[in-house]
Design a binder for this molecule. Structure first.
Ligand code: SIN
Length: 287
């Protein structure tokens, strides 16, 4: 257990990536000192989970706003009357692939991708439906110095086209889906970011590329960037960098998109899974 917290209890995983936070209620506004401890834990552990937090939609919005202004969530229809909450829903009979079922960092194709994503579990299937997280800091730190030098100055090209474009995976999946996905030519837009990003709060560097939204590397031939990215896709999700999160109803997680990727696992056909999701606006990634 981490001892340097007065108000909250923080139980990190042995490697430091991911921590459980208890001894607080998120149902009403956190006092400044408690919020500061949550922020410190988040900067230290990248993924936090808060069990036993039955939150109304309004309380989820209010806690999100304590972390920062809402992010902008394109391509998915939000809940009526709650324009900043997405319902991540899959019904028992649904055959469409579950939402988020590939490694990604949320909306990395935006000029200022969200710093945080909050996911609140309402209905959890009896098996399956875990969320996996991959630590971009330790993946970066584990590379050889030669590889780090090669990657350091590079900029990666991000776009939402593979997922949300008119020829993307979601446009081609014609199974009925309970989430309202809005496929759009807007998804073809590209945005470049440093391939290695310095976290504004921790000061640490992390790999900032992901297989869903990173389409290439600036200044490289496609075959070159695909070879380099292909290596990174394998490296970044090595077992030692990955945490598999098992959900309970009323559990909230907050993850840091600036230094971690995530993957929504399936394996719960025949069961309903329902989560509420918000994002917190981020900054322009800096090297
Ligand atoms: C997501 O990618 O935001 C969804 C994660 C999940 O449903 O576990």
């Amino acid at each position: 257990m981490a001892r340097d917290y007065q108000a909250i209890r923080v139980q990190p995983r042995a490697c430091g990536f991911g921590a459980e936070v208890t001894q607080l209620s998120l149902a009403s506004a956190l006092p400044e000192a408690v919020l500061a401890e949550v922020r410190r834990a988040w900067a230290a552990h990248s993924v936090l989970w808060f069990p036993d937090q039955p939150l109304s939609l309004e309380a989820l919005e209010a806690f999100t706003l304590q972390l920062g202004p809402f992010g902008e969530d394109p391509f998915i229809e939000a809940l009526p009357d709650h324009p900043h909450i997405i319902e991540v829903r899959r019904e028992p009979g649904e055959r469409a692939v579950n939402f988020g079922a590939a490694w990604h960092s949320d909306w990395s194709f935006q000029e200022k991708p969200p710093s945080a994503t909050l996911l609140h579990a309402k209905i959890v299937p009896p098996a399956g439906g875990d969320t996996l997280y991959a630590d971009g800091y330790r993946a970066w730190e584990a590379l050889s110095e030669t590889m780090r030098e090669l990657l350091s100055g590079l900029r990666a090209v991000h776009s939402a086209s593979l997922a949300y474009g008119p020829r993307g995976v979601l446009a081609r999946d014609h199974h009925e889906r309970s989430m309202k996905i809005v496929v759009s030519p807007e998804a073809e837009r590209t945005q470049t970011h440093p391939l290695v990003r310095r976290h504004p709060e921790s000061g640490r560097r992390a790999l900032f590329v992901n297989p869903v939204y990173t389409r290439g590397i600036e200044g490289m031939a496609d075959s070159e960037s695909q070879a380099l990215l292909g290596f990174l896709w394998e490296h970044m999700v090595r077992d030692e960098f990955v945490y598999r999160h098992r959900w309970q109803p009323n559990m909230l997680t907050v993850w840091d998109n600036r230094c971690a990727m995530h993957f929504a696992d399936g394996g719960y056909d025949g069961h309903r899974r329902l989560m509420h999701r918000t994002t917190v606006a981020g900054e322009r990634p800096a090297a």
